[in-house]
Design a protein around this ligand. Structure first.
Ligand code: ZN
Length: 55
């Protein structure tokens, strides 16, 4: 049954119905995880990257 009082939210990230994509807690958690991994990788790769950059 369609309830007009309930906002039509459907998260395209995790499929949740209580929030939309922009508010997805799973997406935010994954984004933070990805950001942390990216920073860690960049910090780790920096010395090697400079060596690889100069032939
Ligand atoms: Zn979600």
């Amino acid at each position: 049954m369609f309830n007009a009082d309930t906002p039509a939210k459907c998260c395209s990230y995790c499929g949740g119905r209580d929030h939309d994509f922009e508010e997805c807690p799973k997406r935010k958690a994954d984004a933070e995880k990805e950001e942390a991994a990216r920073v860690a990788k960049a910090a780790r790769a920096e010395p090697g990257f400079t060596n690889e950059f100069h032939p």
